[in-house]
Each structure stands twice: as structure tokens, then as C-alpha cells.
Design a protein around this ligand. Structure first.
Ligand code: GAL
Length: 398
């Protein structure tokens, strides 16, 4: 019975995918990892329509849009109440959602929104349970381009309806994600579908089947280096599940939120680029410094993240606190990250590179990406020196 339930879900989810593939005119959604800005990490429950408008303005004026950041995503706490017909209205913080979408679109940007398959969201605002199609239609009528769908309130339902039965709970969870996927498809509007359920039940194995363009692999990112290191560690081995249209999501960026040093900001950004991660800046753009803007908009780092081959890096080896991650690139080259995760504040010198092991073929030329410096054809005896939490990001080309 369980097997039957699972396969029915699989079939349901695949049907629209099959029809999408036959209509050649439709470009693939999230062909490269989505890039943009999201309100949660900085504004959390305080976000207002004006904050979002201002973020759109700043994404343009700081050059972030031109570097690829196009989704302006409203996270939790925009929802008001449903009227007698069940139609959801935004709360007083968002008086004109359609107007906001028009404004964002007029800047060459896209607008994202947030909901939950539960009756309530994480911040205890109205969820979509029982109103999936109605909500999807509402989003489409406003001109929404991206939906983050956060399990949260649905967990109460799982515990109430299938107490202690993990297998049944997992089937129910997938079902809930399929339901919203179907609803989004029915609107006819291309809406990127972001699954947020913290990696439960190895979501990377079934995310594409339920229509996900990206799925969170972990709990929430925090504005501190141990959180960045833990998320990197949790993503070891997940590379094979990512590719054009369907990405592992190690959560939004904390770059520029104040608690990371500049070395840590670069390591965080560079690590996410290696992971072919969605790049959703989560900072207060009114406080952007030129240094932080430089990290977020570094064209060469963004190009690694957005590489059209879509192959996420894997950790190839580690030596003490130093980890080496490698990913192949569309031009036949490679990106290699050497990261010092150690706490020792003295400079770590003489770190050897095992280039062959990292997939670098002889004769390839190296470029130090953060330093924007060509290094030429380096050899295995090339020695790296790194400060605490520093990353060397190398791009090898043939
Ligand atoms: C969490 C989610 C966060 C944020 C928050 C809003 O479950 O992981 O990214 O969306 O809910 O309440």
C-alpha cells in the first residue's frame, strides 16, 4: 500500500514534467541556481513593503542586479487573513502586493513569496493548507515568480495524523509538496518552486520528483562561521543530486550581516559558489559597504556558481583543518577551493596541493579568483598559505 502511494505520487509529479518537456518553447526554470535577495536573515518579522521596494532599488543601484541577483523574495510575515471566500489578503505591512510586483518587475527584477503546506507558517501566519490552488492563483494574479514553501506548520498535522509513523509522515510530506507543485503548474505562470523542509527524508533524492527547483539541505543558516562550516560539511556527497533546474540549497547568504570577518564573508560566498548554491543575499542592503558589494558581485565567483554545466563541488580530500573541494566547469576547466576551517590564528603555511587527485589535468593554467591574479601552470609542489577561515579559490583552464 505504501509503495503504491509513493509511486502514485511519483507519477502525478512526473506527468506535468513530461508535458513541460514536450513544449519546447518554455525555457527551463532555474537552469542555473537562482540569485537574488531574501528578507528573512536581516528583517525577519519586521519586513514591510517599503523595505522590499528599497531592496529592489538597491539591488539595481549597487550593481547586484547586473551581477545576476534578480529575485526579490519576501519571506514569512506578509500574510493577513482569509475573507469569507477563502481568499488570502496580505497584512497591513503589505498594502499593495500587485503594485509591489509591478514595481519590482519595472526594474527588471522578479518577485518571490513564502508560504507553508501547514495551516500556519513558522512565524504563525496563515499557511496554505486546504487553499493550495486558491493561493497559487492569487500569487499568479499578483505576478509572483518564486515560491518558498516551508514545511513548518505541516509538522503539527503529521504528528497528529500519523503519530510516530515516519514512513507515513514522509508520504504525506511529499504529497503536500506535489499538491502545491500541481497548483503552481495549473496557474500557467512560471514560478520557481523552493522546498524548505531542512533536508528531511533526504529530500535531494525526491525533490525533482515533486517539482522542486531547489530544496534546503539543512536547518537555518546563522550569521557565524561554525554555521557556515557545518552547512558545508552537511553538503558533502550531495553533488550528484544537483543539476540544471534542480539544486541543493544550503540556505541564504549571511554575507555582510555583520558577524563574519571579510575572510569569512569570502569563504562563505566562495563555498556557496562551489556548491552551485542558490545565491540569495540576506543582508540589509542599505548598509552595504563597497567591500561586501565586491564579495557579492565578484563576477568570477558568480560565474563559478552559475556555470552552465551545473555540477556541484565535492570535497576531494582534507588535511588537518584544510579541505579541498573541486568542481568541473563547462569550459573543460575546474574550480578548486582550498579552505582553512581551523581556529588557529597563526598563518598556516606549506599546505600542499594534490592537483591530480582534485581532477586538475597537467598543463591547465591557474587563476587565483579572489586575488584576480593569473598564476600560470602550477604544479603539485605549489604551496598554499592560508589564514584562519580563509579560502583560496582557483580556476583552472585548459
Ligand atoms: C524557517 C525557514 C527560514 C525562514 C523562517 C520564517 O523555517 O527555515 O528560512 O523562512 O522559517 O519563519
Amino acid at each position: 500500500m505504501r509503495r503504491l502511494a509513493l509511486s502514485l505520487i511519483g507519477l502525478l509529479a512526473l506527468l506535468p514534467l513530461a508535458s513541460a518537456q514536450t513544449s519546447a518553447a518554455k525555457p527551463m526554470l532555474a537552469a542555473t541556481p537562482p540569485m537574488g535577495w531574501n528578507s528573512w536573515n536581516w528583517f525577519a518579522g519586521k519586513v514591510t513593503q517599503d523595505d522590499v521596494k528599497q531592496a529592489a532599488d538597491l539591488v539595481v543601484s549597487t550593481g547586484m542586479r547586473d551581477a545576476g541577483y534578480v529575485y526579490i523574495n519576501i519571506d514569512d510575515t506578509w500574510q493577513g487573513k482569509r475573507d469569507a471566500s477563502g481568499v488570502l489578503h496580505p497584512n497591513e505591512k503589505f498594502p499593495d502586493m500587485k503594485g509591489l510586483a509591478d514595481y519590482v518587475h519595472s526594474k527588471g527584477l522578479k518577485l518571490g513569496i513564502y508560504s507553508s503546506p501547514g495551516d500556519l507558517t513558522c512565524a504563525k501566519f496563515e499557511g496554505s493548507l486546504g487553499h493550495e490552488q486558491q493561493d497559487a492563483d492569487l500569487y499568479a494574479s499578483w505576478g509572483i515568480d518564486y515560491l518558498k514553501y516551508d514545511l513548518c506548520g505541516f509538522r503539527t498535522k503529521l504528528d497528529a495524523e500519523a503519530p510516530g509513523d515516519k514512513l507515513k509522515q514522509n508520504v504525506m510530506m511529499r504529497d503536500a509538496y506535489v499538491k502545491m507543485h500541481q497548483a503552481l503548474l495549473k496557474t500557467g505562470r512560471p514560478i520557481v518552486y523552493s522546498l524548505c523542509q531542512y533536508g528531511f527524508d533526504s529530500v535531494w533524492q525526491w525533490g525533482p520528483e515533486v517539482g522542486g527547483n531547489l530544496w534546503r539541505t539543512t536547518g537555518d543558516v546563522r550569521d557565524n562561521f561554525p554555521s557556515i562550516a557545518l552547512i558545508a560539511e552537511t553538503n558533502v556527497g550531495l553533488g550528484k543530486y544537483a543539476g540544471p533546474g534542480h539544486w541543493n540549497d544550503p540556505d541564504m547568504l549571511e554575507v555582510g550581516n555583520g558577524k563574519l570577518t571579510m575572510d569569512e564573508n569570502r569563504t562563505h560566498m566562495g563555498m556557496w559558489a562551489m556548491l552551485a548554491a542558490p545565491l540569495l543575499a540576506g543582508n540589509n542592503l542599505t548598509k552595504l559597504t563597497p567591500e561586501v558589494t565586491g564579495v557579492l558581485t565578484n563576477r568570477e565567483v558568480v560565474a563559478i556558481d552559475q556555470d552552465s554545466l551545473g555540477k556541484q563541488a565535492e570535497r576531494v580530500y582534507q588535511e588537518g583543518p584544510v579541505q579541498i573541494w573541486s568542481r568541473p566547469l563547462a569550459d573543460g576547466g575546474r574550480a578548486l577551493a582550498v579552505i582553512n576551517f581551523g581556529e588557529d590564528t597563526t598563518f598556516l603555511r606549506g599546505i600542499p596541493l594534490h592537483l591530480k587527485e582534485a581532477g586538475v589535468t597537467s598543463g591547465m593554467k591557474a587563476r587565483d579568483v579572489w586575488a584576480a591574479k593569473d598564476l600560470g601552470a602550477i604544479k603539485d609542489d605549489y604551496k598554499v598559505a592560508l589564514k584562519r577561515h580563509e579560502m583560496l579559490l582557483l580556476r583552472f583552464s585548459k
